[in-house]
Design a protein around this ligand. Structure first.
Ligand SMILES: [Zn+2]
Length: 347
């Protein structure tokens, strides 16, 4: 047996509990990972409340992000060795559908994520295919590694693979405070772009300003599109990163320069905003949907974080035994940065 955060039911949104669960039995091709850190994401809250549209069975161990040490290797072809420090790439593609065969595994018809379709990372152990783990770069700690797979990889793909952000360009990041938005701010600065951030919370804007945001906009009291135009000599931003959606989506469109690139990866404020199609076609805006990133992009991200000395912004660290409180804290929306789960060594 082992300790884990187990989603048992969804009664009142409180069906995730800390307790004992059967230790995983590795299958051929798997590695058993002794987890040392996990981190919390919006999707964990979604899994706890609903999980609709995600094929899975309860009880299930929660957690998409995780890092730890290889405990057992059940794949004779794998170069991994027990004791090696690894981070889990959470998307497992089928390798056989038309999208996988075309090389775009993130569109896989049968993709399965840790903590969504299969047991997750808020546990002492997880068993995953050996191809699903990557070595943690030298000098990177477990907490840092556990922050990267969802938030930082999502931001990486949005900025550099979808929007093709260039040094010197201006990017507006909507709703700074959440994991993806802060990751986007850090990565945009690392790439030499100007980053303007918005938030409803003054304290979050203060933090973002201290982190090197070029300008901050309080979206409740300021006319955000007007401010962006003022800050860009009437031009608008080349790139807008919107992980929020909802009523603010129209403002995101107004902040973009002619021919600007807008990338959406989330809709926590609502998924059916107005479309303003006239603006989209007359100004020839490009709108991209994006989710997570490929394993190769994750490799690039790990290298960039290690070489650039980037430290993920971590708001709070909870021990595994209190991870349910970490979920509650994320749901409150008060956080600035990642919420990490520290997983003590099993006795
Ligand atoms: Zn597939």
């Amino acid at each position: 047996m082992m300790q884990a955060i187990v989603l048992r039911d969804r009664k009142g949104g409180s069906g995730a509990v800390y307790g004992s669960f059967e230790r995983p039995q590795p299958q051929p091709g798997d590695v058993l990972v002794r987890l040392r850190a996990a981190s919390v994401n919006r999707v964990d809250v979604y899994m706890r409340r609903s999980g609709a549209g995600i094929t899975h069975a309860l009880p299930q161990i929660m957690g998409v992000d995780g890092a730890g040490e290889v405990a057992e290797v059940h794949d004779p072809q794998s170069p991994l060795r027990p004791g090696q420090r690894v981070v889990i790439y959470p998307a497992l593609a089928c390798g056989r559908c038309r999208y996988c065969l075309a090389g775009d595994q993130l569109l896989c018809l049968y993709v399965r994520y840790t903590g969504e379709h299969r047991h997750g990372t808020m546990a002492e152990y997880v068993s995953v295919p050996a191809v699903s783990v990557l070595p943690i770069p030298e000098g990177m700690d477990f907490h840092t590694a556990a922050c990267l797979p969802v938030a930082y990889l999502t931001a990486w793909r949005m900025l550099f693979c979808k929007a093709q952000l260039q040094p010197g360009e201006t990017v507006v990041i909507i709703g700074v405070g959440g994991g993806v938005a802060i990751a986007a701010l850090q990565l945009a600065r690392l790439a030499g772009a100007r980053a303007i951030v918005t938030s409803r919370h003054g304290t979050k804007l203060q933090h973002a300003g201290a982190m090197g945001a070029t300008a901050v906009i309080k979206s409740l009291t300021e006319d955000a599109p007007r401010r962006v135009l003022d800050l860009t000599f009437g031009h608008g931003a080349e790139v807008v990163i919107d992980s929020v959606g909802g009523p603010g989506w129209g403002a995101s469109l107004k902040m973009a320069a002619r021919g600007g690139r807008i990338v959406t990866c989330g809709a926590t404020a609502g998924s059916q905003p107005g479309a303003d199609l006239q603006r989209v076609f007359i100004r020839q805006l490009q709108i991209f949907g994006s989710t997570l990133g490929s394993q190769e992009e994750f490799r690039q991200l790990l290298n960039a974080v290690a070489q650039g000395g980037l430290r993920p912004v971590i708001d709070r660290v909870y021990p595994l035994s209190e991870a349910v409180a970490a979920l509650d804290y994320l749901e409150s929306g008060e956080q600035f940065g990642k919420i990490v789960i520290d997983i003590p060594l099993a006795h």
